[in-house]
Design a protein around this ligand. Structure first.
Ligand code: TRP
Length: 332
């Protein structure tokens, strides 16, 4: 039996943070078991960076370095840029012809983003509305069996299945309907301000932050608001520092939480200890990341190899698709 195939992707809209790292850790586990495609979706990044396009190419390289630093093995899985595999664009175009507008307008991420970011009319572009069609193309172009995603992406997976179903119905069975793999254990990482960690909230700790930056950020983190003095009892569940400690020091955090509850330790001690914990998680990644960035040629050849493997599979799919749609031209 050949391995099942999975695909996942992240947008290169900036450096990856601890929240992204939780997702990557799931991918790292899955690469053992599956034939895995790890895409850096640089065309998707254009939906938000269309007026700062110069940021995309460098960010894509940094994301690739972060993928590998976090433990994805480029010999085992294909790591590549979406824009290096033109078949994503061709399939996107073909799928766009069979995707009803109503499906796209209903996607909650579309509605939310429009409202939350209060985008100008200019930014609510055709490409922005079509974002899920491009995502469906990313997935279907590899005829992926499953997609590891966070819960926020489930509507995109649903529309991908709907598009696959509609294609299969119109032109004959071509695509499997990809399942989602949602890791229930993936921790939601709190940001420094006690909201969900997110680049757009400016509350993130990045994989690229050096030890001093991590220390400075932790010192500003939100702590239990009713604990004023060191001897006041704390509520560790209400303290970002304690919650991060639990996530990154799962075997040893308990005593520190008990002491915190009894008012036997202060926020400063919590913060100092968390800084050490975080740095010991980040240090091995920093080293690997630094090596990768110092040798752009090596990184580029990983990306070339990943794209080549991806192109091969994507080209096979497009031959099937053109044939199903009776679009085979005798002399292309
Ligand atoms: N929409 C995804 C996100 O914002 C990124 C993405 C694009 C993706 N194409 C994909 C994820 C294909 C999984 C599979 O996180």
């Amino acid at each position: 039996m050949s391995k099942k195939r999975i695909l996942s992707g992240m947008q290169p809209t900036g450096a990856l943070h601890l929240g992204n790292l939780e997702v990557l850790r799931t991918w790292v586990r899955l690469q053992q078991e599956y034939d895995m495609f790890c895409c850096i979706v640089d065309w998707h990044a254009l939906t938000t960076l269309y007026n700062r396009t110069e940021e995309i190419v460098p960010a894509a390289r940094l994301v690739a370095a972060d993928y590998i630093a976090a433990g994805l093995d480029p010999e085992r899985c294909s790591i590549f840029l979406q824009s290096h595999v033109k078949e994503h664009a061709e399939l996107h175009l073909l799928l766009s012809m069979i995707t009803p507008l109503g499906w796209l307008e209903r996607v909650p991420t579309y509605k939310e983003k429009r409202e939350n970011l209060q985008l100008s009319d200019e930014a609510t572009s055709y490409g922005f509305l079509g974002y899920p069609v491009l995502q469906a193309a990313d997935i279907l172009v590899y005829r992926a069996d499953a997609v590891p995603v966070g819960k926020d992406q489930l509507p995109h997976l649903e529309i991908t299945r709907e598009i696959a179903r509609r294609f299969n119905h119109l032109y004959g069975p071509t695509f499997p309907e990809p399942a989602s793999i949602v890791n229930e254990e993936t921790a939601v990482i709190p940001g420094l301000d006690n909201r969900k960690m997110s680049k757009s909230y400016d509350n993130a700790i990045y994989l690229s932050d050096d030890a001093d930056t991590v220390a400075k950020k932790v010192m500003t983190a939100y702590t239990c608001p009713t604990k004023i003095r060191k001897t006041d009892p704390g509520i560790p569940e209400a303290c970002v520092v304690c919650r991060l400690r639990r996530i990154y020091d799962p075997d040893d955090y308990e005593l520190s939480w008990e002491e915190d509850r009894r008012g036997e330790r202060g926020c400063m001690q919590n913060k100092r200890e968390l800084i050490d914990v975080l740095n010991s998680v980040l240090d091995p990644m920093r080293t690997r990341r630094r090596e990768l960035i110092a040798d752009p040629g090596a990184l580029e050849s990983w990306l070339d190899a990943g794209a080549e493997r991806a192109r091969e599979e994507a080209a096979k799919t497009l031959r099937l698709v053109r044939s199903a749609m009776k679009l085979d031209n005798p002399r292309p």
